[in-house]
Write a protein that binds this ligand. Structure first.
Ligand SMILES: CC(C)(COP(=O)(O)OP(=O)(O)OC[C@H]1O[C@@H](n2cnc3c(N)ncnc32)[C@H](O)[C@@H]1OP(=O)(O)O)[C@@H](O)C(=O)NCCC(=O)NCCS
Length: 383
């Protein structure tokens, strides 16, 4: 196999255009082989952004494996440049018809050697398992997650591969979806594209927030003096510092995060760089921020893309420890989804939560989310 290593930003535009179609087709095949539908197909804007965009905070690198000129295997690494400089988030895939002939091992070995030489010795990888296979035949051998909650079927290719390559299963995340438009009582469905919902308008199910007299975009909690502010696109200037602080807290304050990486360092410039990154990929970010005495104490965000505007992905959600237990998580989410209903074409929102994060899972269950699949988070320390 011929292996090419490409750093984000290294290729000239014409070369990017040629590669883009090839990579989008490759990623789509990997996705469909997993059993996921078009909601999870690659978005050309995001793929392009990973090829061309780098800033002082983050970068991407990819390794492409070709046989007879055809792209048959691909590996990638996401790198943080200011903090966690010994960490890399990695993923590898091989075309279904070329599996089990050593290509995955060959590509991963090259990527790991390169990352290790660059001092990236803490590797975090992930794999996906659709709900139908996760739940099938409970007597199958399973691998338990080190975090203590949940396990994955041991004989699945990704699980066997990761174990064989020396990765340990650290944690599970549950991926679930809600149809935020559907208010049909009792509608059912469990696969992407046929999503059920419990009765009532989705955004009102979590326990209401009231529209404030302060104007569109400001919602006030019924008590305790919390104000929830919502917006689409870049953070308003007066809130960018709050968002930076909350993102920094988020990097270690969610279950399991501290086992995978050190605290991230965030400032307004890094928030702006992330916003620019998403915008370049055709992303639209809808944010809700909780304020208490003018200070940001929690936030939630959902990202959708112009190329597939009916589908959105839940990003970060955090309520800082000192303000937990006041129903703020639910209020943030319901405010944000109400704003999505008003101002976007989004129909479905996908979210990922740690299996042991019972607080967040309970909020999502009350909101009518249905399980789509599970993500295994793997960890390897290079010698
Ligand atoms: C995981 C994946 C990359 C493996 O690629 P591959 O080229 O088939 O892997 P290899 O041929 O190098 O396999 C190496 C070892 O992994 C294990 N393995 C891989 N696939 C397996 C399977 N279907 N069943 C059991 N063991 C398997 C075996 O131990 C194998 O060694 P062996 O063939 O000598 O027994 C491929 O299945 C894939 O693309 N899956 C979808 C993408 C994905 O989930 N990636 C996340 C990886 S953590």
């Amino acid at each position: 196999m011929e292996i090419t290593h490409i750093r984000a930003g290294a290729l000239a535009d014409p070369a990017v255009d040629v590669l883009l179609d090839e990579i989008v087709d490759f990623d789509r095949r990997i996705n469909r082989a997993l059993g996921y539908g078009e909601d999870f197909d690659p978005l050309p804007g995001s793929v392009r952004s990973k090829l061309v965009r780098t800033d002082e905070f983050t970068s991407h690198e990819i390794w492409l494996g070709r046989v007879d000129g055809r792209l048959v295997a691909k590996a990638g690494a996401y790198l943080s440049l200011q903090d966690n400089t010994d960490v890399a988030d990695v993923y590898a895939g091989v075309l279904p018809e070329r599996r089990r002939s050593g290509l995955g091992t060959e590509l991963l070995t090259v990527m790991e050697r390169h990352l290790g030489d660059a001092g990236r010795t803490r590797l975090n990888a992930w794999c996906e398992v659709p709900a139908a296979d996760f739940d099938a035949d409970p007597r199958r051998p399973r691998i338990a997650a080190a975090a203590g909650t949940g396990s994955l079927p041991a004989e699945r290719a990704e699980v066997a591969f990761a174990l064989r390559r020396g990765y340990g299963l650290q944690q599970l995340e549950r991926c679930s979806v809600a149809n935020i438009q559907d208010s049909t009582p009792g509608a059912q469905g469990s696969s992407p594209g046929s999503v059920g919902s419990s009765p009532g308008n989705w955004a009102t199910r979590l326990g209401e927030t009231e529209r404030s007299a302060a104007g569109v975009g400001d919602r006030v909690g019924a008590d305790e003096g919390y104000v929830i502010r919502t917006w689409a696109g870049p953070a308003p200037h007066e809130h960018v510092q709050s968002i930076a602080l909350l993102r920094q807290r988020m990097s270690t304050d969610v279950p399991g995060a501290a086992d995978l990486q050190d605290e991230e360092i965030w400032n307004p410039a890094r928030v702006r760089a992330l916003e620019a990154d998403r915008e370049q990929a055709g992303g639209r970010t809808q944010t809700a921020l909780a304020l208490h005495d003018g200070e940001g104490v929690g936030f939630t965000e959902v990202v959708s893309y112009a190329q597939r505007p009916h589908v959105a992905f839940q990003g970060a959600t955090l309520v800082v420890r000192e303000h937990r237990g006041h129903g703020l998580g639910a209020r943030l989410k319901s405010s944000n989804h109400a704003a999505l209903l008003e101002g976007s074409e989004v129909e479905r929102v996908y979210t990922w939560n740690a299996a042991e994060n019972s607080w967040m899972l309970a909020i999502n269950e009350r909101a009518g989310f249905e399980v789509v699949g599970w993500v295994g988070l793997w960890k390897k320390i290079l010698a």
